[in-house]
Design a binder for this molecule. Structure first.
Ligand code: SF4
Length: 308
């Protein structure tokens, strides 16, 4: 396979994913995030080194013949994939060959306004949104001059109103920068106004471009609890040691009332007896399972919510 297409890889968040790299030769990004897994580099506004649409489509066709049962074809890049100048044309071509597989993009969200029309044709759009305050945004994401988080949030909000697919927002938590109540109070308001399908909460788990650290899973859980009522999916590290607790049925319902729990949340935090009680709540239709862009959540069933 060429360096344009990679995988399939198993993504815990999106399932079996065939990746497309829209900047295979060099990093091209309009951010220079502290936590970037690629090397630090000066942010740019325009992609210069761009593969041809036909080359990408040919490689995807070959891969689709070879690999079946894919959940998503993921547009990604060494950098920001929406800087790819032929994005609209590429998405159009991929739509004609993808069959049942969903099309997903992993973007930092900063160009949302410029590329909104192209992104409308995708099934899932994932934007990063690490901070809601300008100070924090500048500190973590180190964007190219002229990008402001308030404008980005506004354009994501407008995009959401038109977009028929699933919108996922991701927060990457960096120790000592956006891991505080103030930033999460702002984020909560912003998330409520955008109304994303899902919010992914993660932290640094690979060597970052700059000297920064991630936070513990316990900290992520505490921060997730500040986003009350929102569908938050925590990225558990593989080496995370389960801290399972006993819950009564009432406690389970209360927890789900505050925030839907992902299958991973339950796996890592509920004792086996609590998991049994949860099953009983499902059987009596008080709790239901919903799949949001590839992640399963337990949430209160509508009739339980109506009674509350
Ligand atoms: S947006 Fe992504 S690729 Fe760009 S600097 Fe940040 S982490 Fe790296």
């Amino acid at each position: 396979m060429s360096n344009l297409v990679f995988g399939p890889i198993t993504s815990r968040r999106f399932g079996q994913s065939l990746g497309i790299d829209l900047s295979p030769n060099t990093k091209q990004c309009n951010f220079d995030c502290l936590y970037c897994e690629l090397k630090a580099s000066k942010p740019i506004t325009t992609q210069i080194d761009s593969p041809k649409v036909e080359e990408i489509v040919d490689e995807v066709k070959k891969a689709l013949k070879k690999f079946t049962n894919l959940d998503v074809i993921t547009l990604t890049a060494n950098g920001e994939p929406t800087l790819y100048p032929y994005l609209k044309e590429l998405i159009h071509e991929l739509q004609t060959i993808k069959e049942d597989t969903k099309l997903l993009i992993l973007s930092n969200g900063s160009t949302c306004r410029n590329v909104a029309e192209s992104l409308m044709d995708l099934d899932i759009v994932k934007f990063s949104l690490d901070c809601a305050s300008e100070k924090c945004f500048k500190k973590i994401d180190r964007p190219v001059k002229g990008l402001h988080v308030e404008k980005i949030i506004k354009s994501i909000k407008e995009f959401r109103q038109q977009f028929k697919g699933e919108l996922v927002l991701e927060v990457l938590v960096v120790k000592g920068i956006n891991d505080n109540q103030e930033e999460f109070a702002l984020l909560k308001e912003v998330f409520r106004s955008i109304n994303p399908s899902r919010i992914d909460l993660g932290t640094i788990d690979r060597p970052p471009a700059y000297k920064v650290e991630g936070v513990s899973i316990e900290k992520l859980k505490n921060l997730a609890n500040l986003l009350e009522g929102l569908p938050v999916s925590i990225a558990y590290k593989r080496e995370y040691i389960e801290k399972r607790r006993e819950f009564t049925k009432e406690e389970i319902l209360n927890t789900l009332d505050k925030r839907p729990q992902s299958f991973d949340d339950v796996k890592y935090s509920f004792s086996s007896n609590s998991q049994k009680l949860l099953k009983e709540l499902i059987n009596c239709n008080k709790v239901e399972i919903v799949n949001i862009a590839g992640v399963n959540f337990y949430k209160l069933a509508k009739k339980t919510l109506d009674k509350a």
